[in-house]
Design a protein around this ligand. Sequence first.
Ligand code: NAI
Ligand code: MG
Length: 499
Amino acid sequence: MSSDLSIPSSIRRFVTGESPAMLIDGAHVPAVSGETFETLNPATGELLAHLPAADTPDVDRAVAAARRAFEDGPWATMKPFDRQRIMMRFADLVEANHEDLAILDTLDMGAPIQRMRGNLRRAVGMARFYAGLTTALRGETIANSIPGDFQTQTLREPVGVVGAIIPWNNPHIAFIWKVGAAIAAGCTVVLKPAEEASLSALWLGEMLLEAGLPNGVVNVVTGFGETAGAALSAHPGVDKIAFTGSTATGQAIVRAASSTLKRVTLELGGKSPNIVFKDADLDLAVPGAAMAAFINSGQVCSAGTRLFVERDIYDDFVSAMSAYSQSLTVGNGLDATTQLGPLVSQTQLERVTSYFAIGRAEGAAVSSGGERLVEGDFASGYYVAPTIFTDVHNEMRVATEEIFGPVVSVMAFDDYESVVRLANASPFGLGGGVWTNDLNKANRTVKALRTGTVWVNCYGQMDPAVPFGGYRMSGYGREGGVQHLDEFLETKAVWIQTH
Ligand code: NAI
Ligand code: MG
C-alpha cells in the first residue's frame, strides 16, 4: 500500500518511537511512576510512540496546577479581549500547522488524510468561534416584585477546573471543541486524550502555550481510561467533567462524579436512524446513506447505522448502495485516494468483526462486505470492508448496539407512522436523517424524531455555531453553538437594595 506523504519534521518527534512528555503546568513531564504505554499506527501496526502512563499522582499534579491557575492565575480574571487575543493566536497556529496536524492524526488513528484535511475549516472555525465567545458572556437584569427597591441581576461565572476526557475518532477536533469552550468561559482544564490517539493533544497543548496561554490553564495528561480517566472523574478538585465516548464509560463517569456532585456533560454513542422515503432523490440518497454509516470507517458517534428504506424502492436501493460501497477505496489513510482507513485498534477490529458473526447468527443477510480485509498490506493493519446487513429487524443486536465500524443495518418500512415508531425505538437519540422531496413529510419527520440532530437530504454536517448533543442515552448537554458556554458557567443571582 503506497503512502504519498512523507513525515513532516514538525511531527517527527511524536512518531519515531520516542517518549513525548505530558504537559502539566506548562512543563513537559513524564509520569510520576515512569511508566509508559505504546501507541500504534493502525494502518500498519507499527509503533509510533511510548507515552507517559498517567495515574492518580499525575492527575493530582495536573488538577493542582489547574486549580492554581484558576484561583491565583490570571486566566479567570483576565479581560475578555485579552483571552480572545490568546485564543485567536491559537487559532492562527492551528491554521498554520493544520496539514501537519492532519497527518499526525492520520498516523495515530488511521482516518483518511482527505478527511483530516477536510477538518481545517471546522478546527480553525471552532477556535475562532470560541475566541469570539469570550466577549459574549453576559448575565441579566431581572425585574422582581418584592416590596422596596431591590435590583436583581445574574452573573455568569466559570465553573472552575474542568476534566475533559475525549475519544480517538477525531482527535484534534475533539480537543479544540472541548478546550475552546471551557477556556472561553474562563475555566481551566485537565484534558485526557484517548490512549489510542493522544499525540495531537500534546501538540495542541504546546500551541496553546505558544499562543500565550498561562501555565496550568490547559494540562494534558496521557493514560488509560480505567486509571487516569477514572482518577480525573472522581477527583474532588475537579468541578466538571466534559466527556465524549461510549455510553458505558459515560455511566461510569456519572457514578464517579456523584461523590462530589461535579457537573457532567456527556456526548455519548448512538444508533442513529436514517430514513429514505420513496420520493427521495436517489442519486443523493444512495451515496448519502452509505457515507452516513461508513465515513471515518463508521467510527462516528452520530453515524446513520439504522437505515430505513421504503419498501417499494428497497431492493433497488440496496443493490445501488452495495455497488457504491464496493466502489469505495479502503486503504492506508496517508494515501490521498483512500476513502476509508483502518479501524483504530486491534480491540475495535475484534469488536466490529464480532458483529459480522452476530448479525449472521441473528439471521441478517450480508449484501456487501462482512469481512476483515487481509490480502497483502491489509494484513498488518485493522481493515474491514464496508458492510451492509439486510433483512434486519430493529430488535437485532446489529440494529440496537453501537458497532462503531463501517456497518449499516437496512430495514424496509411500509408507512410513515411505522417508520417513525421504529426510528424512535432505541435508547439512543443522537443523530437522524430523512431523505424526501416532500417538504411536509420532511418537516413532520424532523419533529417526530427524538434525536439531538436531524439532517434532511444530507447527513453529518457540523458547524461550530450549531449545537450538537444527544437525547436520552446519547448524553446530556450541548456542545457547539453559543449555548455550549452555558455548560462551563455557573449562574449567580445578586440582590442589591437601594436605600
Ligand atoms: P471509551 O468511552 O471507553 O473511551 C473514551 C475515552 O474515555 C477515552 O479517553 C478513555 O480513556 C476514557 N475512559 C475509558 N474508561 C474510563 C473511565 N472508567 N473513567 C474515565 N474515563 C474513561 O471508548 P473506547 O473504549 O475507546 O471505545 C469503545 C466503544 O465506545 C466504541 O466501540 C464506540 O461504540 C464507543 N465510542 C463512542 C464514541 C463517541 O464519539 N460517542 C467515541 C469512542 C468510542
Ligand atoms: Mg494510536
